[in-house]
Design a protein around this ligand. Structure first.
Ligand SMILES: [Zn+2]
Length: 167
């Protein structure tokens, strides 16, 4: 994980021409995500500015060069946290449902219709690939709140149990 002030977190990540070339990086992302106790992790969060993220929100999945194919008009507000911004939480409004297209590590096309938590995680991770962090999406930054280290840690279960939503 890079520190929260690393400029890589604000860069637009590069497209990946050969998905197989990032297989090791994807494996590393899964390991780091599990160690950190999050449900999603994007390559820039570990200092690699390429368009790849992984999630376990709906089973383990890696997305190469993901993009949003469609989004619902209906929006939902949800409190988000980010592994790259420890102890910060804030409500972010996003489309409730999205269709995401991308490529698997094996080079196969992926298309996923996601709603609620999965849609939230996919949009949050995709934002990381465009250098966007969740506070950038908040309507009112005064509502960004800082919680104690104890409370932050208590949100992580360090398991596959999806109690926390840090991404
Ligand atoms: Zn994040």
């Amino acid at each position: 994980m890079v520190p929260s002030d690393d400029p890589v977190l604000h860069q637009v990540a590069k497209r990946i021409s050969k998905p197989a070339a990032v297989a090791d990086l994807a494996a590393d992302l899964f390991v780091t995500m599990r160690e950190e106790g999050g449900i999603g992790l994007a390559a820039p969060q570990v200092g690699r500015s390429v368009r790849l993220f992984v999630t376990v929100a709906d089973g383990p999945q890696a997305f190469v060069n993901p993009e949003i194919a469609s989004r619902s008009r209906e929006r939902l507000s949800w409190e988000e946290g980010c592994l790259s911004l420890p102890r910060l939480l804030g409500d972010v409004e996003r489309p409730k449902r999205v269709t995401i297209r991308g490529t698997s590590i094996e080079g196969q096309p992926i298309e996923i219709n996601a709603d609620d938590l999965l849609a939230r995680v996919l949009q949050h991770e995709l934002d990381h690939l465009d250098g966007i962090l969740f506070p950038d999406r908040m309507k009112d930054l005064r509502k960004l709140r800082t919680i104690s280290e104890e409370e932050w840690q208590s949100r992580f279960t360090k398991s596959d149990d999806l109690k926390n939503t840090e991404m």
